[in-house]
Structures are given as C-alpha cells and as structure tokens.
Write a protein that binds this ligand. Sequence first.
Ligand SMILES: *[C@@H]1O[C@H](CO)[C@@H](O)[C@H](O)[C@H]1NC(C)=O
Length: 184
Amino acid sequence: MRCVLLGQVLVLLWLSGAWAEVLVQPDFDAKKFSGLWYVVSMVSDCKVFLGKKDHLLMSSRTIRAMPGGNLSVHMEFPRADGCHQLDAEYLRVGSEGHFRVPALGYLDVRVADTDYDTFAVLYIYKELEGALSTMVQLYSRTQEASPQATKAFQDFYPTVGLPNDMMVMLPKSDVCSSAGKEAS
Ligand SMILES: *[C@@H]1O[C@H](CO)[C@@H](O)[C@H](O)[C@H]1NC(C)=O
C-alpha cells in the first residue's frame, strides 16, 4: 500500500518536473534544526492560499528531531477565533532534510537552505483537494527576519517558478504567545 502510494507520488513529481531541481541543505542536521521557528513569509501557487493570503498571520513551528531522522512538529496558527494548534510528523524520505507529511498532504518537503541559527527556507510540494501546488516558506528564529534570511528566500522561490505577487510577509500576532510554548 505504502509502496504503491509512494510510486504514484514519484510519478507525479517526475511529471511536474519539480523532482530533480530542488536540492536539500547539504549535511542537514535535524538536531540543529530543532526548536522554535516562526513562519515569517510564504509564497505559493495554491488557490486556497491565494484566496486568503492577505488575512494570514505569522504562525510558529516547534520542531523535535526523532531518532532515525523523522521530525515531530508542533504548529500554532493565530486566527481571528483563537490559537489553532496542530501536531504532525514529518517522515524522512531518503536523505536527511527531505520529508513527506501525509497528514498535511505534503508530498515532498525539503529544507532547501538553512544556517540553523537564524533562518531556513522550506520547499513544499503538496496536494490539497486534488490540486497540486508548490509552496516556499521562510522560517526565522525571531519574528523579524534578518536581511540575509529574506535574501535567501527571495533568491530561492523564483527558481521553483513562483512569482512575487504570490508572496506574503506574515504580520505578527500575540494570539498564540500565552499558550502552548512550554508544551515543547
Ligand atoms: C518515521 O515515522 C514513520 C511513521 O511513524 C515510521 O514508519 C518510520 O519508520 C520512521 N522513520 C524512521 C527512520 O524512524
């Protein structure tokens, strides 16, 4: 079952042309990647995302490296009606830094670039309601992205075909700040 599904995913990725082009951070270190990140900026050609991107707020990820290379990821999304929390496991695929997240419809996730201390650029190829899309997220250790982080993000997303008008810088919110941080 799992092999058949993975086979289909590989074919989809191959057909999309996305497969070979995106590299993973060399010598990716899941331990150094662990801890708290803010998702400060996103760009995606997903229609659902484009419909709501101007209302999205900065979310967070608390990442824990599991033995064997999977990541346990706690997410907090501030919304108008409160703080939404979600936990997902990022399943390692082959090399370190390369994952899939069945629970979120993420077929292919790659940590494309990171210095671990300030920023990370994540490439996500996903399926939502039958539609395939590409997303790039900028993770920052602080709520203000450094100029180097912003540059790494802006240099990367055009290489996977995403235009500037699909990009959003996410505003800060304190809806989630009081709850859940100690849960990590
Ligand atoms: C990652 O998690 C999956 C699902 O829980 C598990 O089947 C797999 O063995 C794990 N991978 C490693 C390398 O531990």
